[in-house]
Write a protein that binds this ligand. Structure first.
Ligand code: MN
Length: 224
């Protein structure tokens, strides 16, 4: 596990993402970090990250997690990220790697359900428990047959049957940041990002509610 790939892809003089330079080596048994970042880059996806051996193992999930055990969600493994990345919420400048808006969609800790998660990862079948604000209970990441050069990078995220399983679409019912309670558009606005683009990742409100003709609005204001 190394951050070399992570660093090679990014320009830290332009992007506010952490370079991962300062990584304290935790010797004491600390809870392992779990985080999901909702990321409106060229495509909307959810970055699923589990801390192991000082870095965050990372998967990009296009549709986001599902609480329904009958639904398997494609998770493409990407480069390991520094642990500090787990507290990043903000705007990656357009034109940079992953340019777009990043939201801390869920955070917490995780526990492997088997001894030696490194070996079950290698085998392509990791079973674990999530202790997040949105996602809880037992889950699995299972390597699947992908295609072409990304064949070994394709995994499926699957919810196990337990009391936290549900058919409710949690990406729709809980769209906000667990840290700032903002939507993607709010984060983009405050971080100088592309608000329109970020808003396409937020729940869509009826058009009539959003688009108020400015002329009409000012008239109404005047008449009051
Ligand atoms: Mn991403």
């Amino acid at each position: 596990m190394s951050l070399e790939k992570y660093r090679r892809k990014r320009n830290f003089t332009v992007s506010p993402e952490p370079s991962g330079k300062i990584r304290p080596i935790a010797k004491a048994k600390q809870p392992l970090l779990y985080v999901i970042q909702k990321h409106r880059a060229s495509q909307l996806h959810y970055d699923f990250r589990l801390e192991l051996n000082g870095v965050l193992l990372s998967w990009a999930i296009p549709k986001g997690p599902s609480l329904d055990p009958s639904v398997k969600r494609l998770a493409m493994q990407v480069e390991d990220h520094p642990r500090e990345y787990g507290s990043f919420e903000g705007v990656i400048p357009e034109g940079e790697y992953g340019g777009g808006t990043v939201m801390l969609w869920d955070t917490g800790t995780w526990t492997p359900e088997t001894e030696g998660p490194e070996s079950t990862l290698k085998k392509g079948d990791l079973k674990f428990t999530l202790h997040g604000k949105k996602l809880r209970g037992s889950w699995a990441l299972v390597r699947t047959k992908g295609y072409g050069s990304r064949a070994d990078k394709s995994w499926l995220l699957i919810k196990h049957r337990d009391k936290f399983a549900s058919t409710k679409d949690i990406t729709a019912t809980r769209p906000r940041s667990v840290v700032s309670h903002k939507l993607l558009a709010d984060i983009a606005r405050e971080g100088g990002g592309d608000i329109e683009k970020a808003a396409t990742g937020d729940p869509q409100t009826p058009k009539a509610k959003r688009v108020t003709p400015s002329r009409k609005k000012s008239k109404e204001t005047k008449s009051k």
